[in-house]
Design a protein. Structure first.
Length: 173
């Protein structure tokens, strides 16, 4: 017997970046359900949850985290956007923390994928006012300003399809 429950693509988005990635992911999975994280509902209604978040000062967005902590026993893949480099050593420590939080929730974590995203003008202004605008920060913001772009959105769909195909195993009767 095959699990016919739909796939949930839930997201939290502060600037629209993560929402754009979530929409690309949902479009790549026929029959998926797209919801804001705050409207995710009962996760047991889904065979797989793809949960999108944004990073706020080094922490996963609160509404996405609220979904993750309810994901015990649920196949879960995380995706998100950030105003920095997802391959940087600093970011890797964040990923390890998120993996630990997912494990503590009891979720079956299948993967994590992040993309660059434009930082909101309000956050940039706050950083300027706080004296946080170093040349390194300015370069990071400039590199993220045009993201997520079409390449990112295409990669998101491909990534999600790979996660889904890893879940297409028949369930014993």
């Amino acid at each position: 017997m095959t699990d016919t429950r739909p796939v949930l693509v839930a997201y939290s988005s502060g600037t629209g970046n993560t929402e754009a990635v979530a929409r690309a992911i949902a479009a790549s999975i026929p029959g998926s359900v797209l919801r804001k994280a705050s409207e995710a509902g009962d996760l047991s209604a889904y065979r797989l949850v793809l949960l999108g978040f944004w990073i706020d000062m080094g922490v996963m967005s609160a509404d996405a985290k609220a979904v993750m902590v309810r994901a015990s026993g649920t196949p879960l893949a995380l995706f998100g956007t950030m105003g920095g480099d997802p391959t940087s050593p600093r970011f890797q420590s964040f990923l390890e923390r998120v993996r630990g939080e997912a494990a503590a929730s009891g979720a079956d974590l299948l993967g994590i994928r992040m993309w660059r995203g434009r930082v909101s003008d309000d956050v940039v202004r706050m950083m300027q006012e706080a004296g946080m605008m170093t040349p390194e920060v300015e370069a990071r913001l400039k590199a993220s300003a045009s993201h997520p772009d079409q390449t990112d959105l295409s990669e998101a769909g491909t990534w999600a399809a790979g996660i889904l195909s890893s879940q297409r195993t028949p369930i014993p009767d």
